[in-house]
Design a protein. Structure first.
Length: 211
């Protein structure tokens, strides 16, 4: 089966099958690579706000959550609002579950995802901005994140799917029933409805868990 056009060209990580990747990448290298790929000048990591030290439930070391995108560009998000706090808490919980201490939030809850051809992101010319932008497809609400042990030792990239629920704090909750809650899944391209999806940040094979 051909690779799905909606998945990055990196090994897919499943925590029940794989140990964490051996190879890591720094945040600075990732941001510089993306800037270069878009023909932009690299000007450093665009941190929004102050990185938050959040209490871990498994370790004495805190989980550090950092935004590299301004979430308030979305009208649903407000500075110091409950949506931002809930986003950070869901990300902290997930990092804790994976045994990691660092989360970089690349995208607050959004409803689109990139399309890939031969391992490369498809781009289209945006006349309104005078720049190329990534071609995208509709998706369920999800956060886009990097995770690792520190900003200089990132191991995973991925999506954490969520649902908008007015009865929950911040109107956000983790997706718990992807089979019924995810509608934009391309089965013909080999996709399955999941609430979490992760990939390595390098193309090195992922180590399997010992049986």
């Amino acid at each position: 089966m051909a690779a799905s056009p909606f998945r990055p060209p990196y090994p897919e990580f499943h925590d029940e099958l794989h140990d964490l990747p051996v190879k890591s990448v720094s945040l600075e290298a990732l941001v510089e690579q993306k800037a270069t790929g878009k023909g932009k000048r690299y000007t450093g990591v665009p941190v929004w706000g102050t990185p938050k030290r959040m209490t871990s439930e498994r370790s004495k070391e805190p989980v550090i959550v950092t935004w590299i995108v301004d979430p308030t560009q979305d009208d649903r998000q407000e500075v110091d609002g409950p949506q931002i706090s809930m986003t950070e808490e869901i990300c902290r919980e997930e990092a804790d579950r994976l045994g990691l201490n660092c989360v970089i939030i690349r995208g607050a809850a959004h409803e689109t995802r990139n399309i890939y051809v031969n391992g490369r992101t498809v781009t289209v010319w945006d006349a309104s901005t005078g720049r190329f932008s990534n071609k995208q497809k509709e998706a369920e609400s999800h956060f886009t994140v990097y995770m690792g042990r520190s900003n200089s030792e990132l191991l995973l990239q991925g999506h954490i799917y969520v649902v908008w629920d007015p009865l929950k704090f911040g109107g956000l909750d983790r997706m718990t029933d992807p089979l019924n809650q995810r509608k934009h899944v391309s089965v013909e391209d080999g996709e399955t409805p999941v609430a979490l999806e992760y990939w390595s940040l390098t193309k090195n094979p992922l180590p399997l868990k010992c049986s």
